[in-house]
Design a protein around this ligand. Sequence first.
Ligand SMILES: Nc1ncnc2c1ncn2[C@@H]1O[C@H](COP(=O)(O)OP(=O)(O)O)[C@@H](O)[C@H]1O
Ligand SMILES: [Mg+2]
Length: 251
Amino acid sequence: MSQTSGIPGAHALVAKGVTKRFKTGRSHIEVLKAVDFDALHGDVTMVMGPSGSGKSTLVATLSGLLKPDEGSVSAMGEDLWKLRPGQIDRFRLDHCGFIFQGFNLFGALSALQQVTIILKYKGFAPAEARARAEIALAEVGLSKRMHQRPSELSGGEKQRVAIARALAKEPHLLFADEPTSALDGENGQIVIQLLQRAAKSHGAAVICVTHDPRLEAYADRIIHIEDGRILDDRRTTPGPGAAKTPELIGA
Ligand SMILES: Nc1ncnc2c1ncn2[C@@H]1O[C@H](COP(=O)(O)OP(=O)(O)O)[C@@H](O)[C@H]1O
Ligand SMILES: [Mg+2]
């Protein structure tokens, strides 16, 4: 977890003209309307908008989970939707971390096993996978809770396991869809600070969907989406390329 996984300020992802329609009965509803989007390494990019505005659909098209009807997504230099399905799966495994509102943990596995299994799947030898998993769990403050299963963990702890699992493989792109909405204010703050650390210390491009206005303070950039269109795109910090922190210069 110590290496920087992207050059701060460089583009991790560029999407152009992304359009997505869903069939409902005989008609189609256009959920994304020619959306242009980009995200930089080292930035926390917050996507905000009302329920039903297309936030989750956007994240799914950007992360290789849902094919858009039109438009392109270039991520880590790959034209994502030109790849074969198996290559897209590999791309997600190699480059993407995911954090969801519902934690998406395996009920039967301990915190340590949740993280280790992903690293083994990615190709690490068992001992190396376990060592990396322990480091990732320590980084989210869960060293003492590693052997607990989800049913024995609080909501905040579960989300921290999910973050450790996402960060352990040092993703270039970290997607979070409403990661704090099942948490109280204090745990929500811990979670967003961990996402911020992923951007600042590891150079990940963090794309975080939320409608929680308390999180705005942690964003480098805030993008407002409504009815499948981007209404506003505002940078709130000087930018990862412009203002290097001592930590990043020393990395
Ligand atoms: N698989 C689907 N089939 C049909 N309609 C869908 C599907 N997924 C999402 N939608 C619709 O697309 C719109 C946007 O959904 P979503 O991206 O989940 O919004 P948000 O995450 O901003 O709440 C909603 O009106 C939703 O009902
Ligand atoms: Mg959603």
